[in-house]
Design a protein around this ligand. Structure first.
Ligand code: COM
Length: 504
């Protein structure tokens, strides 16, 4: 049976890119149809952004309970029932369903976007079959998402090997976990699992978080060392061993074979775009399996667009949604282009988080020569801070602190994990080049800071904003302290190298 109505575009896949694109398309006055098999919003609320947010909150709570238990006025907290599996179960039972309902309600009822529910089959670029019915569209937008990249090694299919996809499905609590891949997902997962009494080791073939600022990386590695999370860089995983389930991971490190006993493995080495369904249409596919698009999200086949993770990196929800928006505009006759400049990035590090936008210090020095740093805290952290005690070194490490309640607590309760705030400025133009933060709650500001970078925001303009003291990213007050300098010097620089926190 053929549906008589012809749509302006069929959005093949209702994930972040397809859902936002179709909604934008409708808002522009077009007639979109989404074809979706499982859930609107794609993997976000199933196992990605929304789930990570929830699980990270659970991990923060667990970590803080452990840290504060019995100190000062805090009661002793019994952590014997702490459970990552229980946290995942709650999300499965409530979170996944609540989010799925919300996405459906918002898209269909509130925004009036039509959805054909079921597994879609692309017949040609103007026809999609769903449950035996053919839907016709003038344009097609492919938004089929991505999947975890899996290494081709023995044991990869053993029970106990998981990816971000299976994380919400956890039914038992592992004792020892090996994480293969130290990108932002692997590092984030390590920080999330450790608070649940899981011994975590991260094995990274190359470099962990290579694109992040040195000070942020240092903070994370130091923090991980204090928490007992081990990191190996330059290690090549060869095999996952086990009889009937995961028992260890075997890897080559510095020419030696090492074996890491574990009862769970999390694979996080990257993502592979789901582009296979587009191949019969003659759409060009790149080396990384991505659908190749131009700046306007057009493929090489006229009338066929592609959006979201299916088109390759950056794999980031904002980019997926914006690709949807750009495709919608172009379907409606505009000539819109994607802008990939100043995309902020973020890592969950419960109880904190790291956020970054713009250039790192190294990139800024390479491009601009001398740069000015507006940064706190400064200098190496004291080695072994005692809980609830004043110690020399607070003057460099203590104030101003970044974050809501937890970063001050993290300082005074002896962990010395009060994050960092770092802005990088070009002293000649006085423009910001990059912002970096580890703290509690800076994500919100970075959405707007990325725009300020784009419009060439200066230290002097920042000094004129109205800060609400104290906040997670106090760039305003820190900038005001130095903005009077005719020749901008920032804070007296104490460039230092932290000790090496990686496993050797
Ligand atoms: C978020 C998914 S849960 S979407 O980007 O809002 O569709």
């Amino acid at each position: 049976m053929v549906e008589r109505k012809e749509y302006d575009a069929i959005w093949f896949g209702g994930g972040a890119a397809g859902r936002f694109g179709a909604a934008f398309h409708k808002a522009l006055g077009g007639r979109p149809l989404i074809v979706e098999e499982h859930h609107l919003g794609g993997e976000c609320h199933v196992c990605r952004c929304a789930f990570e947010n929830f699980f990270s909150d659970q991990a923060s709570m667990a970590e803080l309970m452990r840290l504060y238990s019995g100190k000062s006025w805090y009661p002793k907290i019994d952590l014997s029932h702490i459970s990552a599996a229980k946290a995942s179960e709650l999300y499965r039972k409530v979170g996944q369903r609540a989010f799925a309902d919300t996405m459906k309600h918002q898209t269909e009822k509130q925004l009036g976007v039509e959805v054909a529910w079921g597994k879609g089959k692309l017949i040609d670029k103007n026809s999609v079959e769903v449950n035996g019915k053919i839907y016709k569209g003038k344009n097609l937008v492919i938004g089929t998402g991505s999947r975890p990249t899996m290494p081709n090694i023995p044991g990869i299919n053993l029970p106990g090997v998981m990816t971000y996809k299976d994380h919400p499905e956890m039914k038992t609590d592992p004792k020892k976990m090996v994480i293969i891949g130290g990108g932002k997902i692997g590092i984030g997962k390590a920080a999330m699992f450790a608070p649940f009494n899981i011994e975590v080791t991260v094995l990274e073939k190359y470099t962990c978080l290579p694109k992040w600022d040195r000070d942020v990386r240092n903070f994370i590695f130091r923090d991980f060392k204090r928490r007992g999370i081990k990191i190996y860089e330059g290690i090549d995983v060869k095999e996952i061993k086990g009889k009937g389930k995961v028992e260890s991971v075997v890897a080559q490190f510095n020419g030696e074979t090492m074996e890491f006993p574990c009862d769970a493995v999390m694979v996080s080495i990257g993502l592979t775009p789901n582009s296979e369904s587009a191949i019969p249409l003659g759409v060009k596919i790149g080396k990384g399996n991505e659908i190749i698009i131009d700046e306007g999200c057009r493929t090489n086949v006229p009338g066929v667009y592609a959006v979201g993770d299916a088109t390759g990196p950056p794999y980031f929800m904002a980019i997926a949604r914006k690709r949807g928006m750009i495709a919608a505009k172009n379907i409606m006759g505009e000539d819109a282009k994607m802008d990939y400049s100043f995309v902020p990035d973020h890592i969950y590090l419960p109880p904190l988080e790291a956020t970054s936008v713009g250039l790192t210090e190294a990139e800024a020095r390479e491009k601009y020569g001398d740069v000015v740093l507006i940064q706190v805290p400064w200098g190496p952290k004291p080695k072994d801070p005692k809980p609830e005690e004043y110690y020399p070194g607070f003057e460099n490490q203590g104030l101003p602190v970044c974050g809501r309640m937890h970063t001050l607590n993290l300082l005074f309760y002896g962990q010395n994990r009060n994050g960092l705030v770092k802005a990088i400025v070009d002293p000649k133009s006085r423009k910001y080049l990059g912002f970096h933060s580890v703290g509690d709650g800076a994500k919100t500001a970075f959405q707007y800071l990325s725009y300020l970078l784009k419009i060439d925001w200066t230290v002097d303009q920042m000094a004129n904003l109205h800060e609400i003291f104290l906040n997670a990213e106090h760039f305003i007050q820190l900038s005001r302290l130095v903005a009077g300098q005719k020749e901008l010097k920032g804070f007296a620089a104490q460039v230092y190298l932290e000790e090496d926190y990686l496993c050797r």
